[in-house]
Design a protein around this ligand. Sequence first.
Ligand SMILES: O=c1ccn([C@@H]2O[C@H](COP(=O)(O)OP(=O)(O)O[C@H]3O[C@@H](CO)[C@H](O)[C@H]3O)[C@@H](O)[C@H]2O)c(=O)[nH]1
Ligand SMILES: [Mn+2]
Length: 388
Amino acid sequence: MAEGYGSIPSTPLLKDELDIVIPTIRNLDFLEMWRPFFQPYHLIIVQDGDPSKTIKVPEGFDYELYNRNDINRILGPKASCISFKDSACRCFGYMISKKKYIFTIDDDCFVWVGDLGEAGIFAGFADLLLDVGIYLVAKDPSGKQINALEQHIKNLLAPSTPFFFNTLYDPFREGADFVRGYPFSLREGVTTAVSHGLWLNIPDYDAPTQLVKPHERNTRYVDAVLTVPKGTLFPMCGMNLAFNRELIGPAMYFGLMGDGQPIGRYDDMWAGWCTKVICDHLGLGVKTGLPYIWHSKASNPFVNLKKEYNGIFWQEELIPFFQSAVLSKDCTTVQKCYIELSKQVREKLGKIDPYFNKLADAMVTWIEAWDELNHSGAAAEKPNGPAK
Ligand SMILES: O=c1ccn([C@@H]2O[C@H](COP(=O)(O)OP(=O)(O)O[C@H]3O[C@@H](CO)[C@H](O)[C@H]3O)[C@@H](O)[C@H]2O)c(=O)[nH]1
Ligand SMILES: [Mn+2]
């Protein structure tokens, strides 16, 4: 039986306005550690791989589970835009959700606990503790109890400051403010669309970095939340991510990866680049920093290298593409922005590799499927797992 946990608000914030989306190929025992934080919320589990495999979900969670058969049944031919055998499948959860906010987390991510001082020893110790079901209280280095989901919600509910950098970081945080010289005309900030959390222990490194630094662990807890400035792209990781689905959901398409595709592990990156260009265009904010989660499993760097190798050289052309992407003033909705981007992908990236023509098509299919599920009010059939 697990003991001791982080601070759990008496009434969980956004309890009925937020879904937790988990892509998985494993049993979901990791939820035991998150139980005090996640139990009040509705989970959307996207089961990847063999749909005949049964995924065990711990008792007491309110969830719906979709496997590949469900995705094919609900989307029909449009299911072709949802990746198979890659964590990119998680974006189906964003589409099928009916809530205003989404938090997505990988199933090898845990509540961060303990003192950074012994992080090295701690890494093994924590895994041992997790294995025997003993969890320590989640605390930051100052000893303050932490709740990762609550931090994401605070990030999303407070404005962002993309137009002018505040050197004291998040000015809306308790105990901080705008510094001298910060224009008052900009102090209202803009609505926040994305909250990008980070990871202790196994960092989200690409395969080459993982190969040369197999034992490197992230032990640095930086107590800050930053707005990613307008005009600046960033590498969005899907491991510990929250966003306002009503504001930016249609842009959160985790691009075609995995089975049958020449690239993998760039799904979240693709979504992040498209999302940031659209947020900049629509005047929305993107934050990165707190909360941290404890990332416990390093995936195989050789397998990752095979998945990433095209992405590693394609991204040298993708980044200039997104940096110079301009959306017309007629692009007043996320869907219009996204369709406009898909046209530019076909026109400018199709010559790199035919994959980008396929991806441009999948971007359009994604928007069509999104609008079908979310505008017609079509009640999605309930798949496995207890009803809401
Ligand atoms: O084929 C698959 C593989 C995995 N999953 C689920 O996706 C997440 C992440 O899987 P895992 O932790 O094994 O992989 P990482 O290398 O640590 O993930 C990083 O790469 C990104 C992949 O795009 C990911 O966002 C990063 O965290 C787990 O929940 C697996 O169960 C899957 O659904 N299908
Ligand atoms: Mn992982």
